[in-house]
Design a protein around this ligand. Structure first.
Ligand SMILES: *Cc1c(COP(=O)(O)O)cnc(C)c1O
Length: 433
């Protein structure tokens, strides 16, 4: 079958995520036959460099031999078992490894099966912690421009209008504090003053402050200074609320360190992980927390303090195995160190983009680079021109509104980066009304 036939069948049956389906009257759906390394291949022999790691999940390339091998071995042993009353080696080994590599003080791992569920778990746990201690707190605090997923709870603490506005009447109570407006230290400190004002007034109603540390992903790759996280941690402690670090996108090396919180030497009360966790292979998420929080739930059954949240595929053995394989690769191949050179190479390319006068806000944190197309409203959907040009020239660059960003798998070579950036450069040169 050719691309076109798949497209017709697809549109007959599938309702796609994050899509106005009518767009596919003019935008082709791209059926993918297979992937290898940074490349995705369609059914007509075209290849596409996956410059956005398939929605930020794929960190070691497609069809990675080592992860494939580990999954195949696990498949013949145990595909799945419930995690209530039962356990298995991949879940234990992974929990132990996550405790070892995350900031000190995070000692317990609660599994779920996608990023939004991890956020639901963290929110419910934080709320429930205070309840178990005899306090009723009904609100959360989050940053302006934040994104934490799209289930009702996760959407409530987010602030991307596009996803949120329709559902506002359904959402839980949430307070917003301004995110630092840029990556300078000064902006971070101004935003900290705002945070303290809110906490002074409202801390007793608030369970937790939730942040995406260093980079707000779906909020157009907005970046801010690590001192904000450090000071926010001090304030949440001072005002006795929890700090939830949503490292679903930033975790596993994306910001230049294994976890973004490391750059501020902060241990949050909850850390949510997903996306890169399984190397981009399978849905899995984890919420790490402290002994202190764990013990507030630990008592006789009839005291009714247990955390009874569950998902059918919690801690799936194949997904845990993929995650363990991904962690092996980090260690064996010195990924964090190698990424340092790769992000320098990205930086050099970004310098060249300064020559283009139709873009602004060129920015980078670790393995994420981005800029904005200047002078258009989001309604004009100017990013689509870059997307279409990219696809025609073998690079998958799915923009966020007017923001073009690069978030490639860590195995990308300099030559592949040359192609990725030069196609984007040409695409931007060609932007027209
Ligand atoms: C993607 C993302 C989520 C939601 O994860 P899903 O698996 O898509 O539900 C939450 N928070 C952040 C920061 C994300 O980037």
């Amino acid at each position: 079958m050719k691309n076109k036939e798949f497209e017709e069948l697809d549109l007959k049956y599938i309702w796609h995520p994050c899509t106005q389906m009518k767009d596919h009257e003019f935008l082709p759906i791209i059926p993918i036959s297979h992937g290898k390394g940074v490349y995705l291949y369609d059914f007509e022999g075209n290849s596409y460099i996956d410059a956005i790691s398939s929605w930020w999940v794929n960190i070691f390339g497609h069809s990675n031999e080592y992860i494939n091998k580990k999954i195949k071995e696990q498949l013949d042993k145990l595909e799945h078992v419930l995690l209530a009353g039962f356990t298995h080696k991949p879940a234990i080994d992974l929990a132990k490894s996550l405790v070892e590599i995350t900031p000190r003080g995070l000692t317990k791992v609660f599994y779920a099966d996608n990023g939004s569920s991890a956020i639901e778990v963290a929110l419910k746990m934080s709320y429930h912690y205070f309840k178990n201690r005899g306090e009723n707190r009904n609100s959360f605090l989050s940053l302006s421009n934040s994104y934490h997923g799209e289930t009702i709870g996760a959407l409530s603490v987010g602030d991307v209008e596009l996803y949120k506005k329709t559902y506002k009447p359904l959402l839980i109570d949430n307070i917003q504090t301004p995110v630092p407006k840029d990556s300078t230290k000064q902006s971070a400190l101004i935003a900290i003053e705002e945070l303290e004002k809110i906490l002074k007034e409202k801390a007793s109603e608030i369970c937790a402050f939730i942040i995406e540390p260093l980079i707000q992903g779906a909020g157009n790759m907005h970046m801010y200074h690590p001192i904000y996280i450090e000071k926010a941690k001090d304030l949440t402690k001072k005002y006795n609320i929890h700090l939830i670090a949503d490292e679903i996108m930033t975790g596993f090396g994306r910001t230049g360190t294994m976890f973004a919180c490391e750059q501020a030497s902060v241990t949050p009360d909850f850390m949510a992980l997903s996306k890169g966790l399984t190397g981009g292979y399978l849905p899995l998420s984890a919420v790490l927390t402290t002994d202190e929080i764990y013990s507030a739930f630990y008592c006789d059954y009839n005291e009714h303090k247990a955390f009874l949240h569950s998902h059918s595929y919690t801690g799936n053995p194949i997904a845990c195995t993929a995650a363990l394989a991904a962690l092996d690769i980090f260690k064996k191949s010195n990924i964090i160190e190698k990424n340092r050179e790769k992000s320098l190479y990205m930086r050099k390319w970004l310098e060249k983009f300064k020559k283009l006068d139709n873009i602004e806000n060129i920015r980078q944190t670790g393995m994420v680079a981005a800029f904005d197309i200047k002078g258009y409203s989001p309604k004009q959907r100017i990013g689509l021109q870059v997307y279409t040009y990219g696809l025609q020239h073998g690079v998958l660059l799915r923009p966020l509104g007017n923001t073009i960003y690069f978030m490639p798998p860590y195995i990308i070579t300099e030559k592949e980066m040359d192609k990725m950036f030069s196609v984007a450069y040409e695409a931007v040169l060609r932007i027209k009304d």
